[in-house]
Write a protein that binds this ligand. Structure first.
Ligand code: UD1
Ligand code: CA
Length: 451
């Protein structure tokens, strides 16, 4: 079945008390909008339309950054969910199939649930609504059923006392033939308690035309919408719990899972060990059999098989570690490719660099990549030994099997197999230490007598 997504994301989200549009607040390191788009991707949409309003320019940029095939429609005034969905009409011009409406602030809808909805469409229901049994139905819209048939949805504000007793609630997710949806929407009025155009009215209108409507139900946890910062924090906890459970399923070992933080797109291979207090920002891929040791922070990086990272390591965007690389404590790596088996074990900064295979970088080494205006590249070959506390002033090239002496400030290229020494030669003065000690002690004693 051909599908298209309409993601409603125009609302202000006043209760977030934020300058940032609500759908751009991050959950698992990705904007809420990304979660809704990922949930919707399960139905293989032919087109995706994001309806933006508050902070439309920011939402547009974020949506296109996530998927450049997305179409963004603008709702300049927020007159209700039906009015919002209507803004997608032009972007779906010529589309012949089922439109699925999702809310941009509702991140947890499962693929299986959307699958059940498209299945209900396929088996002949014209309008399919996602409902849930609410522990506390509160102010949700209520689903008025007659057997399996959904007769109408009544918004809380408009509901009678008897209708408010209904515990089957509207999640906001809807599936309907696209052409029919826009046709029904054009018949919706705002003659109701809120003075808004309610998308939920499509159900009653469809039934009045003798069309069929039904509800598919899911667990309440899937329909969780975010309205406040406290709810965002609660959603983060729920997201992390799911991500940890998925990691265990995938064969990842975590002795202290509650202290490991994942992002929406984190990929971790089998038999990888993640020690306590590890944080994954966006864009991390860890292959099988790696170890990420305690207190490490990773984002935008790739760790190949058998890598050992940390404890206390920081991998920043563009860190590409080949197999069996070791990155030790207090090492920061940014925009650098590190060859197989290479070790950077202690207290170093490797930025804008290419390192070959089997190279050893000594403690305290820094690639001086920034001259205050521009960034420059450091190239280190295979089998190189970089002595401790080497400053590599980029751009600079160290040939294969070369060495640098500890404490060197390397400003010129080093030939393969050469030893480069760039430090002040050592001077030795016999007996001078004793003389100096005696002089200083005498001075201290004099000061103490004087005071
Ligand atoms: C809506 C449903 C309600 C359901 C509840 C579930 C309607 C009329 N009511 O109510 O039955 O139980 O969601 O959470 O649909 N939006 C726009 N433009 C607008 C208005 C809203 O883009 O003009 C977007 C919002 O950004 C949000 C979503 O639509 O993502 C839902 O809007 P909201 O105002 O939160 O609807 P509810 O009153 O919660
Ligand atoms: Ca809401």
């Amino acid at each position: 079945m051909k599908t298209a997504l309409i993601i409603l994301a125009a609302g202000k989200g006043s209760r977030m008390n934020s300058d940032l549009p609500k759908v751009l607040h991050p959950l698992g390191g990705a904007p809420l909008l990304a979660h809704a788009m990922q949930a919707g991707a399960a139905v293989n949409p032919e087109r995706t339309v994001v309806v933006a309003g508050h902070g439309a320019a920011l939402v547009r940029r974020a949506a296109l950054g996530l998927d450049d095939t997305v179409r963004v429609a603008e709702q300049t005034e927020q007159l209700g969910t039906a009015h919002a969905a209507a803004q997608a009409r032009e972007a779906l011009n010529g589309f012949d199939g089922t439109a699925i409406v999702l809310f941009g602030d509702t991140p947890f809808v499962r693929p299986e649930t959307l699958g059940a909805m498209t299945e209900a469409r396929r088996t002949g229901h014209d309008v399919v609504i996602l409902g849930f049994e609410a522990a506390d139905p509160g102010r949700y819209g209520r689903l008025v059923m007659a057997g399996d048939s959904l007769e109408r949805i009544v918004e809380f504000k408009d509901a009678s006392d008897a209708e408010r007793q209904i515990s089957l609630c509207n999640s906001g997710v809807l599936a309907c033939d696209a052409a029919l949806l826009f046709d029904l929407i054009s018949a919706i009025s705002n003659d109701n308690a809120a003075g808004e155009y309610y998308l939920t009215d499509v159900v009653g209108l469809a039934r009045a035309r003798g069309l069929s409507a039904t509800a598919v139900t899911c667990d309440e946890s899937e329909t969780l919408g975010i309205n406040t910062r406290a709810e965002l924090a609660g959603a983060e906890a729920a997201f992390q719990a799911r991500a940890r459970a998925a990691a265990f399923e995938n064969g990842v070992t975590m002795p202290a899972p509650d202290t490991v933080h994942f992002a929406l797109d984190t990929v971790v291979g089998r038999d990888t060990v993640i020690e306590p207090n590890v944080v994954f920002g966006p864009g991390v891929t860890i292959e099988s059999g790696a170890t990420i040791r305690a207190f490490s922070h990773l984002e935008g990086c790739h760790v190949a098989r058998g890598g050992i990272v940390g404890p206390y390591a920081r991998l920043r965007p563009g860190a590409e570690l080949s197999e069996d690389v070791r990155i030790g404590n207090f090492v920061e790596v940014k925009n650098a490719r590190i060859g197989e088996g290479t070790k950077v074990n202690h207290l170093s900064y490797i930025g804008d660099a290419t390192l070959g295979r089997g190279t050893n970088v000594g403690a305290g080494t820094i690639t001086c990549n920034y001259d205050g205006v521009m960034k420059h590249h450091t190239h280190i070959g295979d089998g190189v030994f970089i002595g401790s506390n080497t400053m590599l002033v980029a751009p600079v090239h160290i040939g294969d099997q070369a060495m640098t002496g500890s404490g060197s400030v390397i400003t010129s290229d080093v030939e393969p197999e050469a030893l480069a020494l760039a430090r002040a030669p050592q001077v030795e003065k016999p007996g001078m230490a004793t003389k100096l000690f005696n002089m200083l002690r005498a001075k201290k004693a004099q000061q103490q007598r004087g005071s």
